[in-house]
Design a protein around this ligand. Structure first.
Ligand SMILES: Cc1cc2nc3c(=O)[nH]c(=O)nc-3n(C[C@H](O)[C@H](O)[C@H](O)COP(=O)(O)OP(=O)(O)OC[C@H]3O[C@@H](n4cnc5c(N)ncnc54)[C@H](O)[C@@H]3O)c2cc1C
Length: 375
């Protein structure tokens, strides 16, 4: 039986970013069921950080994480990229609300007109029935999820933290004062603090541990990659999203990645794209752009896992000493990971709440899992 100070279940961005922080305080063991880190949601995202998504808490966590992305890893974690939000006539009220909400966190948000939108993203359909107004935000960041995962893993190893892949947790026993976690092959690990960062499986882990679940909802989202216009160099094209949640498109390896922004109920699983959602994605590419989809070069799907109020959860379970939730990062788990990991460090070690988060108006209560049992 291997003993540690902290066991983290889940080798996605949530588990690794928190483990990297905790490794400075004691021995951390990360247990990941798959052979590769980031095999599930963290490796299937659109890898963009922007202020056009989520509620006030999510935007504040995004704002706090920006400094980390820009300063850590010698520029390897991200590159600056404009985020362009476009609106048809019917979406104009949503665009105005978006401008207000984004301006609270970014000075770089400004209205833009169809001529500039076409200059930024040449295939965009503009005019009646298509995009008539927009917002450009120069504070967008294209993230590198693999560089993030490897960077957090490196930080852990520098502190003698251990990441074990291919270790699916099958049972959890609560003892005083330690948790015992067992893998499929009978291996066991023991620690006083158990961090549940199992993404779509977080409620299943809680169930194994005898902890009241949070009623998390994994929702499937689909992505397709299509060919760019012939001869176009799309590398510096922006991330383009409709002002309401209907469609987005951004550059990907010389092509264009697009999503119909679908949210299909799912259990925790190895999510696969459904034909209907792939067809819907292609249809929306043609609806919002002049591109004609002749070929779908790649397609994939992943799960975005939400609690009822769509705010991430980080905090100890009230009903089980030492069981710590780190779940419900929905569609913003990459862009909020550095801030959430800092919050986890403060909550787990009992140190001061990060001042920068307090200044942005985020308190421990905002992300405490207990809030979800109150309504
Ligand atoms: C299509 C799509 C687009 C997205 N776009 C963006 C974006 O542009 N920007 C952004 O910030 N976010 C985006 N997201 C959201 C982001 O990817 C997630 O919020 C984030 O990856 C969640 O990280 P996680 O570590 O909680 O989950 P995961 O990466 O799923 O990690 C959880 C891990 O726990 C492991 N696990 C589960 N059960 C066990 C067990 N019993 N034993 C051991 N291990 C176990 C799993 O194998 C998994 O690897 C997107 C998501 C999707 C699907």
């Amino acid at each position: 039986m291997d003993s540690a100070d902290f066991i983290v279940i889940g080798g996605g961005i949530a588990g690794l970013s928190a483990a990297a922080r905790l490794a400075a305080h004691g021995r951390v063991v990360v247990l990941e069921g798959e052979e590769a880190l980031g095999y599930h949601s963290s490796g299937r995202s659109a890898t963009f950080s922007h202020f056009g998504i989520g509620n006030r808490i999510v935007r504040a966590l995004t704002a706090h994480s920006r400094r980390y992305f820009l300063e850590a890893g010698d520029g390897a974690l991200c590159r600056r990229s404009t985020a362009l939000f476009v609106a048809t006539e019917e979406m104009l009220p949503a665009l105005r609300l978006l401008e207000r909400d984004m301006a609270a966190f970014s000075d770089a948000v400004r209205p833009t007109d169809p001529a500039e939108m076409e200059r930024l993203f040449p295939p965009l359909r503009t005019g009646p029935g298509a995009a008539v107004a927009g917002l450009a935000d120069g504070d967008g960041l294209r993230l590198d999820s693999d560089a993030m995962l490897q960077g957090f893993r490196r930080t852990m190893s520098e502190h003698r933290g251990t990441v074990l892949t291919g270790r699916r947790v099958r049972s959890i026993e609560r003892g005083e004062p330690r948790w015992t976690v067992r893998g499929e092959s009978g291996e066991a690990w023991r620690a006083p603090v158990l961090i549940d960062a199992a993404g779509a499986w977080a409620d299943e882990i809680a169930h194994m541990a005898g902890v009241r679940p949070l009623a998390l909802r994994p929702l499937r989202r689909t992505i397709i990659v299509v060919d760019p216009p012939p001869g176009a160099d799309v590398r510096h094209w922006p991330f383009v999203k409709t002002a309401v949640d209907d469609f987005y498109v951004l550059p990907e390896s010389g092509g264009l990645m697009a999503s119909p922004v679908d949210e299909v109920e799912s259990g925790p699983c190895d999510a696969q794209p459904e034909e209907y959602d792939v067809a819907l994605a292609a249809w929306k590419v043609e609806r919002y752009t002049h591109l004609s989809v002749e070929r779908i070069a790649h397609r994939w799907a992943g799960l975005r896992t939400f609690p009822a109020d769509r705010t991430p959860d980080a905090g100890f379970a009230a009903d089980a000493p030492g069981f710590f939730w780190l779940a419900g990062q929905g569609g913003f788990g990459l862009q909020t990971a550095p801030a959430l990991a800092e919050a986890v460090e403060a909550l787990v070690t009992g140190s001061h709440w990060p001042e920068a988060l307090a200044r942005l108006g985020v308190t421990a209560d905002d992300i405490a899992p207990g809030r979800l049992y109150e309504s």
